[in-house]
Design a protein around this ligand. Structure first.
Ligand SMILES: [Mg+2]
Length: 341
């Protein structure tokens, strides 16, 4: 198989402020694999250096480490090729790109959606949350109202930035009781005790992502607040973290898990340890979002997923298969990933 790698830049309509910095644009690597039969599959690498500390050039180098494996991949079973890539590429972001491309090609070759190949249902609805990025309480409340009016039943708000108490109160008042309020601290609080104090002042909410960094700190906080739904997110990179059972929930991301195959495996590990799972993106491009939807068809998360992020991009000619309607996205039904990049 031939492997082609090309950079791609996506600009955000508005810069997003988070506890780990401001995101203004995304730089991705588009990956294409073309078999000897002429059938192609497309994937993308979407590292976010300010968030995961992974630079685009390092991902490109990790992809190059897999070039020889891809060259010899014709006729080999998909899972064997992916296992070899996982060993050769040091970065999950690179593995994710190849995983997406190889699954896309496999589906196109078999004229089946990736969801169906995973035992899930193409066309299934996946509930998705909206994200409110505004830090000013009045602007955040207006954005939350717009999200609720668009049909979202869950709205996520970044905390650990500015006056959280005022912003959370304004957004909760705007949403009313029918729409869930999700918080994401991106590890803003330094200790479990600090996080506990902050969360007691912000309650009630649906769940909080990554209030503190580190499996040990998350476990301590979850024990101190047994009624609170704490979700591990960034700390999922620690070895064994996803299957540690430290928190009630685990937020899984395609880029961090090494693609669709990695997401499905991680969900099994988390559930085996008693944690509930949901999926989210790190402002992935359209192929990453499509891959996560196919994985969601197999995983069937019980909470809204953070996959409605494509509308944040300016100048993206969005495939209608990735539209958000009434708070839901649908698992694409076409062959492979079922979308164009
Ligand atoms: Mg998060």
């Amino acid at each position: 198989m031939h492997l082609a790698i090309a950079p791609r830049r996506l600009r955000l309509k508005r810069p997003l402020e988070t506890a780990h910095g401001t995101i203004a644009e995304r730089e991705l690597l588009d990956v294409l694999v073309i078999g000897a039969d002429g059938i192609a599959g497309a994937g993308e690498a979407a590292p976010l250096e300010s968030y995961d500390g992974v630079a685009l050039d390092d991902v490109r180098a990790a992809l190059e480490d897999c070039r020889a494996i891809v060259r010899e991949a014709d006729g080999r079973p998909l899972h064997q090729v992916l296992a070899d890539c996982r060993e050769a590429a040091v970065l999950p972001q690179a593995v994710a790109a190849l995983d997406l491309a190889l699954w896309d090609r496999e589906g196109r070759r078999l004229r089946a959606s990736v969801a169906a190949l995973l035992g899930g249902k193409a066309g299934a609805n996946v509930a998705v949350n909206a994200v409110v990025g505004a830090t000013d309480p009045a602007a955040a409340a207006r954005a939350a109202t717009a999200a609720a009016e668009a049909g979202h039943r869950c709205v996520k708000l970044k905390v650990g930035v500015g006056d959280d108490v005022a912003r959370v109160a304004a957004v909760r008042a705007a949403l009313g009781p029918a729409v869930a309020l999700r918080l994401d601290a991106n590890g803003a609080w330094a200790t479990p005790a600090e996080a506990e104090r902050a969360l007691r002042a912000l309650a009630p909410f649906e769940l909080v992502e990554e209030p503190v960094h580190g499996v040990a700190a998350l476990r301590e906080l979850q024990a101190a607040l047994p009624q609170t739904a704490v979700a591990m997110d960034e700390s999922g990179v620690e070895p064994g973290a996803v299957g540690s059972g430290a928190t009630r929930l685990v937020c899984l991301k395609l880029t961090r898990c090494g693609g669709i195959s990695g997401l499905v495996e991680a969900a099994e590990q988390a559930r085996a340890a008693g944690s509930e799972v949901f999926l989210a993106s790190t402002f992935d491009g359209p192929l990453g979002i499509a891959g996560a939807l196919h994985a969601a068809a197999a995983i069937e998360p019980t909470r809204p997923c953070g996959l409605a992020t494509l509308s944040a991009f300016a100048d993206l000619d969005l495939d209608p298969a990735l539209a958000v309607e009434d708070g839901f996205m649908r698992v694409p039904t076409g062959p492979g990933l079922g979308v164009r990049a």
